[in-house]
Design a protein around this ligand. Structure first.
Ligand SMILES: *Cc1c(COP(=O)(O)O)cnc(C)c1O
Length: 363
């Protein structure tokens, strides 16, 4: 039985999976319509010539640009396509004239590869304080800090890769703007799952996660005078992927973007309720955190290698999850966790099976 009313439709739009796919935070399953749009463009490239095919598909790409931009609260002409979220961040830092040793404030859940980008450029990175054990940014403390000191930029990892915690991005933007500080939001895990219209100056993300577009496409939306998106966009590109992303976004919109977000939050809650306390695995988010990323710390005494082995064991049983190691959130943890990230087509039986296996591995 599907947990979501949208489950049956989401399932029927796709090929039959050969695995219990609980790994949308890595990459969602593309719909048949997305795959068909991608392949149709590849055929057209071969039939007519790739540049002619691209010209003919200009309206489709323009629509995708408008739709993605709207999802993050930007205009279409503020959006550039790149190959991935990380490629978008790299392009941003290359073209943006930040001071030589810029100060960047980040959330405790900041994605490790983003930190590498800051460190490589010699930026001074400071972690904003958090209110709770989950690493959620403390807004009162932030407001206070901003009265005494203003960083060159605040970078918000809206939803991280190592936890389902949702940062209060819109509130952070509000406080930062009051202090005259620009905000960049990494929406790689947030887009599709949570409302990404936050008022941020710059937002970037990726196609393949919660909006279930093809791999190899990312985007960067900028509202900054010094930056021109046309400069940032990769001219040689996987055009078919941009077309596929456009189809994925339209499908999501046909379900209702807000409804999808609500249903994914309900799936997260349901998954946490089901797995909470199973086999001494420890749930690492509040039950009702509004995201569909669920993480479990292993039973006491288990090391990182054991979590990796548990993930492999689940995979051998046909259940796809991620062993999320600490490099994904190095400011927050040294621990590896098991990450479960179901999409709309998850069924109660899937979670029952997972719970049974975890219980079996608990001791
Ligand atoms: C996946 C991810 C990224 C990077 O996205 P790519 O498209 O793989 O470059 C960045 N930030 C977070 C939080 C992610 O989960």
């Amino acid at each position: 039985m599907y947990i979501s009313e949208l489950g049956e439709m989401w399932h029927r739009a796709r090929v039959e999976p050969r695995t219990v796919h609980l790994d949308s935070a890595a990459a969602s399953r593309s719909s048949n319509a997305v795959i068909e749009a991608v392949t149709a463009h590849l055929w057209r490239e071969s039939e007519r010539g790739a540049y002619i095919a691209a010209e003919e598909a200009a309206d489709q790409v323009a629509r995708c640009r408008r739709d993605i931009a709207a999802m993050v609260g930007h205009d279409a002409d503020e959006l550039a396509f790149r190959e991935s979220a990380l490629a978008a961040l790299r392009a941003l830092l290359t073209y943006w004239n930040l001071p030589m040793s810029a100060t960047v404030w980040v959330c405790p859940n900041e994605y490790g590869p983003n930190l590498d980008q800051f460190e490589r450029r010699g930026y001074a990175v400071h972690t904003m304080p958090s209110t709770d054990v989950y690493g959620r940014v403390d807004l009162d403390a932030l407001e206070n800090m901003l009265q005494f000191e203003q960083p060159d930029v605040i970078h918000v990892c809206h939803v991280g890769s190592h936890s389902g915690i949702v940062q209060p991005a819109a509130k952070i933007v509000e406080l930062a703007h009051r202090a005259g500080v620009p905000v960049v939001v990494d929406a790689a895990q947030a887009l599709g799952q949570v409302d990404c219209v936050t008022g941020a100056d710059i937002v970037y993300g990726t196609s393949r996660k919660w909006i279930a577009g093809p791999r190899g496409v990312g985007f960067l939306a900028v509202r900054a005078d010094s930056l021109r998106p046309v400069e940032i966009e990769s001219s040689e590109a996987f055009i078919a992927g941009r077309i596929g992303l456009g189809v994925a976004v339209q499908e999501l919109a046909s379900f209702g973007l807000e409804r999808v977000r609500r249903e994914l939050a309900a799936i997260g809650r349901h998954t946490r309720e089901r797995l909470h306390g199973v086999g001494s695995w420890e749930l690492l988010e509040p039950i009702d955190e509004p995201s569909a990323i669920v993480t479990l710390a292993p039973p006491p005494g288990w090391g990182s290698g054991d979590v990796a082995a548990a993930r492999e064991r689940l995979r051998s049983l046909g259940i796809l999850t991620t062993c999320a190691e600490s490099w994904r959130a190095p400011l927050f943890t040294e621990q590896s966790v098991l990450r479960i990230s179901p999409h709309l087509d998850v069924r109660r039986e899937h979670l029952d099976t997972l719970a049974t296996e975890l219980r079996g591995m608990g001791y």
